[in-house]
Design a protein around this ligand. Sequence first.
Ligand code: NAP
Length: 286
Amino acid sequence: MSKCYRSELVGAFGCPIDENPTGVMEEAAFREKNLDYRYLTVKVNPGDLQAAMEGMKAFQMKGINLTIPHKVEVLKYLDELSPAAEIIGAVNTVINREGRLYGENTDGKGFIQSLEEEGISPSGKRVTVIGAGGAARAIAVECALAGAVKVTIINREEERGKELVDLLKNKTRAEAQFIPFLSGVDIAQETDILVNATSIGLYPDCDQKPDINYDTITSRMAVADVIFNDPNTQFLAEAKKRGAKVINGLGMLVNQGALNFEMWTGVKAPVDVMKRVLKEEFNLLG
Ligand SMILES: NC(=O)c1ccc[n+]([C@@H]2O[C@H](COP(=O)([O-])OP(=O)(O)OC[C@H]3O[C@@H](n4cnc5c(N)ncnc54)[C@H](OP(=O)(O)O)[C@@H]3O)[C@@H](O)[C@H]2O)c1
C-alpha cells in the first residue's frame, strides 16, 4: 500500500488569535489517538472571513473553530446549523461534511459538561448568569435547553442583557429576568447556579472580580467561572469563602475542545490528556 503524506486539516480562524491555546490540546489529542490531523491557528482579519471560508472548503479542511470577531458572521457561509447554534445565533465550530458546512456552538455544551462532572445538572434549577456576551449567551441558552426553570441575566450594558432575556423567553421554556449590573448588586437567594460569564478576572487582570455583593452568595449555591487560565479567580475565592461549591473554566474549555475533536474525527476524545496539556500550558500543574 502506498504511503499517504497528506494530513487532515482543522484549525481556528480569529483576530486576535496568537494567544489561543486550543491547538495545543487538539494536537495532543490527535497524537494520543494516532490520528494524522493538524490544527492550524490562523489569523483571519475582519472582512476576510468569506475568503477564509472558501479557502477552508477548497483545502477540504475537516472543520474549523471560530473566535472573535467571526462567530456571528460565519453563519452566512454555512449550510446547516445545530438547534442550539440557531438559537444562540453564533457558531464556534464548523464541521465540513463532504462540502456541506454544519455549524455548532460547543461553548455552552462544554460548560454543562463541566457542571455534570461535578454532579450538577441545570435541570429544574435557577441559574444566574453575570454577562450577556458570547459565552453568556451560549451558557444561558444551553442551561435553558437543559431544563433550567429560570435564567437571570445580570449585565452592565442593559440593551445586550435585555436582548438575551427576550431570546430566552421567546426560544426556550425557561422563565427569564434581567437585572442591571450595578455596583454591589445582590445575587437572588433562589439562585442554585451562579456563573461569571464576563471577561473580568482574565489573565493578566487576575486581581479583578465582578463587583457584586459577595455576602449574598450562600453555601447551597454552585458557583462557576468561565475564566480558564486562572483556576482560583478572585470571584471563585470569594464564593469558596461562603461555602459554595466552585467550578473553574478549565473544564468548559477542555470539554468544548473534546466535543470539537469528536465531531471532526468521529473518535472519542482523550479528555484527560487534553486537560493535562492545558494545565501544563498554563503552569497549573502542582
Ligand atoms: N472557559 C471557556 O471555555 C471559555 C469559552 C468562551 C469564552 N470564555 C471566556 O469568557 C469570557 C467572556 O467572553 P465572551 O466571548 O463572552 O466576551 P464578550 O462577548 O466580549 O462579552 C464580555 C462580557 O463581559 C462583560 N464585561 C466585560 N468587562 C466588564 C466590566 N468591567 N464590568 C462589567 N461587565 C463587563 C460585558 O458586559 P457589557 O455587555 O456590559 O459590555 C459582556 O457581558 C472571556 O474571559 C473568555 O475568555 C471561556
